[in-house]
Design a protein around this ligand. Structure first.
Ligand code: G6P
Length: 608
């Protein structure tokens, strides 16, 4: 994945690039670097292992100024996080390149260049691009022309920006498989992996299309499509707010985002339900038309968004809609049978996840009715490339471990389920109760957030654990998966989720007095079954941590539990997510990990 940013302006662009990098850090944060053409025509490069803040420290002690430059924040794919692998990559003094994506034929290109005497200093796939461009510039001194020839040699996914100190008037960029936007300023232009990186500079953007190549000048942008023909792409205004979110009174973004959930859930419902009625008009004509024809649903997503899809499957099947859910990285390489009348649904917080985007593109000629994305970022690639979008309104989510994006996805999916229920013959009266339950969701979540201190107490029993088992049945199985994912992501405790009924088929062998077992116990038809599974755990001395409904009577001999009041069945999976998020947060806090930016991870995964 990684984030790239670049600028060409009459002002000093160092602060522009650094602010852009800070805003792109969600895409990776194991090293960062900047290359700026200084006023003497030299390419000055500074790179640093670790977060953008450490690059800033190095810049503070050795400032560089200039009017043209590119920068990068990295999430390691080829080569460990080390300064030599940090971007920008250079070929001697001649060329600087930043890259987001993966060059699949890099080994072959590297061998070719090494045979010609090019010396490689990194293990990255990107360095081949720098040397290829330097080699090409020897034959073809025109930067765009040389760049085009280099691009024709690359196989893989990339958003690229390159510059050469010999050409002070332009940056060249290309996009194939990774996002890239151009920011249009007054006598200045910018490029970045996303709009958010550039919002402090401009609200006017040009979105490059697949295969586009562009020359970025101060006063002009020239874009060429994949056939090499010069094309015009529209300038679009972004409505996003530049203000970078701050943590307010919270110690971490993750905690802030957990506590924002009642508010953003209410936002996501705003204008879509009213007085016990679903306001379907708010979905838009095109979406409603698609839903009218929908007989089954295929849901594709990654990570936490995939878990939202798994919950939704139970909901869709409850109303008689067949539903398949799969992780995008598997789906995209499978031969899927698409029954007539199938709607293709993607779920994604960022709208940029490479596998999900590739799945959408691959689905286009498979005979689906159409595509709908449930997404949190309005100007993202998945929103732009899907037929219709149902937006969550979680606001910017900064913590790498997704929280409010997940619960708002579930809310959006619930709305979709209710819209489909109408088409399956449910009357307005049948649906009224469900809609009231959605309406009271923010209040129920507030009540659960009130348990924060008790959950913090519970978390103390976890800090010395190496493993944890999360159990659930029905829609609470994917909620258990989400609880386990949160715990492993931020506390680095190995956590697994199992359908409670499957315990006896293997995982029970792991249970002893050192194994904490976490379980949500809603008062639903599967309750007795789950309770017997928990008896099996207790019989092996496993330590139980339970979240239950006030009506649930637990007859177990040793457990810690917290009671959640006022839970409605249809929205219970959403409510029960909150204590699991808080549990993971407090365990991570006790363990002293980097809660908002856990090791090895990134917020948005834009590589395969
Ligand atoms: C990364 C993030 C997860 C997220 C997943 C899918 O792994 O760390 O929090 O669930 O990507 O991202 P998406 O933006 O498509 O929901």
């Amino acid at each position: 994945m990684c984030g790239i940013v670049g600028a060409i302006s009459s002002r000093n662009i160092t602060p522009v690039l650094m602010e852009g990098l800070r805003r792109l850090e969600y895409r990776g944060y194991d090293s960062a670097g900047i290359a700026i053409r200084d006023d003497n025509g030299h390419m000055q490069r500074i790179r640093s292992v670790g977060k953008v803040a450490s690059l800033q420290e190095r810049l503070d002690s050795a400032p560089i100024h200039g009017h043209l430059g590119i920068a990068h924040t990295r999430w390691a794919t080829h080569g460990i996080p080390a300064e030599r692998n940090a971007h920008p990559h250079m070929s001697g003094e001649r060329v600087a390149v930043v890259h987001n994506g993966i060059i699949e034929n890099h080994a072959e290109l590297r061998a070719e260049l090494e045979a010609e005497g090019y010396h490689f200093v990194s293990e990255t796939d990107t360095e081949v691009i720098a040397h290829l461009l330097a080699r090409e510039l020897d034959q073809t001194p025109d930067l765009p022309e040389a760049f085009r020839k280099v691009i024709s040699r690359l196989v893989g996914a990339y958003a690229l920006a390159a510059s050469t100190p010999g050409d002070p008037d332009r940056i060249v960029v290309a996009r194939a498989g990774s996002p890239l936007v151009i920011g249009v300023g007054d006598g200045e232009h910018f490029i970045a992996s996303d709009v958010f990186a550039l919002l402090p500079q401009t609200h006017e953007f040009i979105f490059l299309e697949e295969g586009d190549l562009a020359e970025i000048h101060r006063h002009q942008v020239r874009i060429f499509d994949k056939t090499g023909k010069e094309v015009q792409r529209p300038v679009q205004s972004s409505k996003l707010n530049a203000a970078a979110a701050d943590k307010g009174p919270y110690q971490h973004y993750m905690l802030k985002e957990i506590f924002e959930q009642p508010g953003v859930v209410a936002e996501t419902l705003e204008g879509r339900i009213y007085k016990g009625r679903l306001l379907e008009e708010s979905f838009g004509y095109e979406t409603r038309e698609l839903l009218d024809q929908t007989r089954q649903i295929h849901i594709i997503a990654c990570g936490t968004s995939y878990h939202a899809g798994l919950v939704a499957r139970y909901w869709f099947e409850d109303i008689g809609i067949p539903c398949m859910v799969e992780v995008a990285s598997e789906y995209r390489y499978r031969h899927t049978v698409v029954p007539e009348g199938t709607l293709f649904v993607t779920i994604t917080q960022s709208g940029e996840t490479a596998d999900t985007l590739a799945a959408l593109r691959g689905a286009k000629d498979k005979g689906y009715l159409g595509s709908l994305v449930v997404c949190n970022v309005p100007e993202s690639s998945l929103v732009r490339e899907s037929d219709v979008a149902l937006m969550t309104r979680a606001g910017t989510e900064i913590g790498v471990a997704s929280t409010k994006a997940f619960t708002t996805q579930l809310v959006a999916l619930r709305l979709l389920v209710l819209a489909m229920a109408k088409r399956m013959g449910y009357t307005e009266d049948d649906l009224r109760g469900y809609i009231e339950e959605l309406h009271s969701l923010p209040r129920q979540m507030e009540v659960v957030l009130g348990l924060n201190e008790s959950i913090e107490q519970m978390a103390r029993s976890f800090s010395d654990k190496e493993h944890a088992l999360f159990l659930g049945r029905g829609p609470f199985y994917p909620i258990a998966m989400e609880g386990a994912l949160k715990l492993k992501e931020i506390s680095y405790i190995h956590a697994e989720a199992y359908p409670a009924g499957e315990l006896k088929h293997g995982p029970l062998a792991l249970v002893d007095e050192k194994m904490p077992v976490i379980c949500a116990l809603p008062n639903d038809p599967l309750l007795d079954k789950v309770l017997s599974n928990l008896q099996e755990v207790r019989a092996r001395d496993g330590e139980l941590f339970l979240f239950s409904d006030q009506e649930v009577k637990i007859e177990l001999d040793k457990y810690q539990s917290l009671t959640l009041s006022d839970i409605h069945p249809s929205t219970a999976p959403i409510v029960y997510t909150v204590p699991l998020q808080l549990l993971a947060y407090h365990v991570a806090l006790i363990k002293g990990t980097d809660v908002d930016q856990p090791r090895n991870l990134a917020k948005s995964v834009t590589v395969e």
